[in-house]
Design a protein around this ligand. Structure first.
Ligand SMILES: [Fe+2]
Length: 363
């Protein structure tokens, strides 16, 4: 299980994720709960938790103010639920981890959690959370949600079950160092997949390494830009985010057609995919060994992408940017015996991305 924490400047973001993406408000911290400097809104969908945070005063807390002014809205903390916090921390520190916050405990009537926060790429951090002595839904110290939206019960269920992967973009030539960090500090391993290579279109290029924890329940592709005719979309991210950071968060659904019908009905916008992509897909699938159960016309109507190999396939779709800066977006994914991340879609997908990038004058 993983939690994600965001720093955003606005309370409305939490409501946006509820109305557009099917989350429910489950917790709140702020002045009313005795938290004088930071407001937090927690939203949940099955095993996915997002915490939206913003500072309450003009200049404090300083680190949050600096984060927001430099990076804008984005992912600050990718939190992992762990079983042996002390053991992981011992190995991490012995291997040079930077501890942002020493281990601390928080308690309420549901028990106690222990946490520690480590620095990873850019200004991003990982909070490790030992929940073995805690029986509440989220974490101690949160009051009842203040958000009560009568619309939410009327909207169709989105059925996003868990986080599938979280992608980090790095400046040029920093990917390998970051992948090594996960191996050395957190005991992750390279999760070899077809995606683990250089991917390119005519104009834009990137390299990617995927790292995973021992059980392979956490997968983190790490990208860096590569030379192309024009600016890589990874470089565009790095320029606008002001360094390394989270590019996208992918969430798993067991039925992407139902999910995307719901999300579109809720008004969520997705990346456009040209019809030529589906002509090409039909052609490639006609020669393939696997069969895609879903109706291709329906996938085309909803702009869902398909990637496959000889053993299985995945279905995926990407949202438009979640804020004004060309930085964070989201992905919805369904897997059928396929553990890749959509490398086969890179060309068609990024050609579609580049239409948007060109419209912003950044290609
Ligand atoms: Fe992805």
């Amino acid at each position: 299980m993983k939690f994600l924490s965001y720093h955003v400047a606005i309370l409305q973001a939490a409501e946006f994720y509820c109305v557009r993406l099917g989350f429910k408000p489950v917790g709140y911290q702020g002045l009313e709960t005795g938290h004088r400097l930071v407001a937090s809104h927690v939203v949940q969908q099955n095993d996915i938790f997002f915490v939206f945070r913003s500072p309450l005063e003009p200049e404090k807390p300083q680190d949050m103010q600096q984060q927001l002014s430099r990076h804008g809205d984005g992912v600050k903390d990718i939190a992992f639920s762990v079983e042996d916090l002390e053991g992981i921390l011992r190995v991490a520190v012995a291997n040079g981890a930077c501890v942002v916050r020493e281990p601390w405990e928080e308690s309420d009537e549901n028990g106690t959690v222990k946490m520690v926060t480590l620095q990873t790429y850019g200004d991003t951090v990982h909070t490790l959370i030992d929940r073995s002595r805690y029986h509440g839904n989220f974490l101690p110290g949160y009051g009842a949600p203040t958000l009560k939206d009568p619309l939410l019960d009327k909207l169709p269920d989105c059925n996003l079950l868990r986080i599938d992967h979280v992608v980090g973009n790095q400046p040029d030539l920093e990917m390998t160092t970051v992948a090594d960090w996960y191996e050395k500090i957190l005991g992750f391993h390279r999760f070899w997949s077809v995606d683990d290579t250089q991917l390119h279109t005519e104009f834009s290029s990137l390299r990617s390494i995927v790292v995973a924890n021992y059980e392979e329940t956490i997968k983190m592709p790490i990208n860096e830009p590569a030379e192309g005719k024009r600016k890589s979309q990874i470089q565009e991210y790095v320029d606008y985010y002001g360094g390394a950071g989270v590019q996208h968060v992918a969430m798993y659904t067991p039925n992407i057609i139902d999910t995307i019908n719901s999300l579109r009905a809720r008004g969520q916008h997705f990346l456009e995919v040209p019809d030529s992509y589906y002509d090409n897909l039909r052609e490639r699938l006609s020669k393939a060994k696997i069969h895609v159960n879903e109706d291709i016309d329906t996938l085309q109507k909803l702009k869902i992408l398909v990637d496959f190999d000889e053993k299985g396939y995945l279905l995926q779709i990407f949202t438009k940017l979640m804020q004004d800066r060309p930085t964070l977006f989201l992905e919805i994914i369904e897997r059928h015996n396929h553990q890749g991340f959509g490398a086969g879609n890179f060309k068609s997908l990024f050609e579609a991305f580049e239409l948007d990038q060109a419209a912003r004058g950044n290609l």
